[in-house]
Design a protein around this ligand. Sequence first.
Ligand SMILES: [Zn+2]
Length: 351
Amino acid sequence: MKKKLIQLKELFEKEIKDCNTQEELKKIEDKFLWKNWELKEILKWLKDLSSEEKKEIWQESNNLKVNIEETLKNKEQELKNSQFKDIENKEKIDVTLEFSSENTWHYHPISITSKLLEEIFISLGFKIEDGPQIEKVEYNFDKLNIPADHPARDVWDTFWISDEINKDLEDKEKLLLRTHTSPVQIRTMLKWELPIKTIVPGRVFRYEQEDARHTCNFYQLEWLVVGKWVTFWDLKWTLDTVMKKLLWDDTTLRFRPYIFPFTEPSAEVDVSCQICKGKGWSCGMCSWTWWVELLWAWMVHPKVLSDCGIDPEEYTWFAFGMWIDRIASQRFGISSSRMMYQSKLKLNEQF
Ligand SMILES: [Zn+2]
C-alpha cells in the first residue's frame, strides 16, 4: 500500500509539472482529489490491516491529500501570475514614444469658462480652494446647519456611497458624492485664516431629471467672504463686475429675494439670456422668459460660523454660488447644458 501511495505521489508530481493551463489543472484536481479511486481503494483496504499499519497508512494518505491540495493551490497561483505576465507583455505601452500633439485636443467649454472665472476672481484678490468630491455627511449637511431632520435635505437628491462601506460608519461619517461645493466653505473656515476671500470651483452630483438646464453631475463655483464690514453691496458689485467681464458689457443682472430653508437673507440672481437675447423664439435655456437663473447668494447662518469657531458678532460674511455649465452655455451660445456631457467632438472641436 505504501508503494501505491508513492506511485500515486509520483504520478501527481509528473502531471502537475506538465500542466500549463487552468483547464489542465482542473482535470488534475478532479482526478487526484475528487475522483481519486486509487486512494479510495487504499483506504478501503485499511480495515484489514493491523492497528499499527492502519495508523501509518492513514497518516500517509492524509499527508498525500494535504500535499496534493497545497500543490494545486500553488500551481493555480503560478498559472494566474504567468497569465498576468503575458497580458502585461502583450499590452505594454511605451509612454516615452513621441507623437504629434497637433490638433489632437481641445479645451472643453466648461474648462475654458472655469479658467476665465478663476482669472477674473484672482484679479479681484480671491484665492482658490479645492476639496474632495466624496464627502462626509458632517461637511455636506450637518455643519452647514442642515441636520438630518431638516427639510432642506429633500432639496437635493443625493448619490450615496455603497451601503457596504457606509453601514458601519456613524451617521455624520457616512459618505456621499457632494451635492454642492459648500463643504469646502466649512473646510476653509475650519482653517481659521481670517479674513477669508475665496472661490471654490468644482464638480458636484445630484440625482436629477435631465433637461436643457439640469444634468446629474455639473460644475459649481462658490464664493465665500468672511471679514469685518462685508455688506450685500460688496456682493452685488462683485457679481456685476464678474458677469460683465465674463459675458458682455450689456449683461443685466436681476436679484430676486428667495427663501432657502437654511440661509437668511438669500437671493437668486438671473442674467439676461444671451442665447435668444429676448428675441421671442422658443428658448430651452430661459424658457422664453429672457432671464436665466445662474447664481444664488446668501448670508451664512451665524450658527455655521460659530460651529467653525468664528465669532458671528465680530465678522460678517456672504456667499454665492453659480453653475459654471449654465454660464458656459451663455458665453458660447450652447442651447443645452446636456450637450457638454455627451462627448460630441462636433461641439468640442469648436473651442
Ligand atoms: Zn433664452
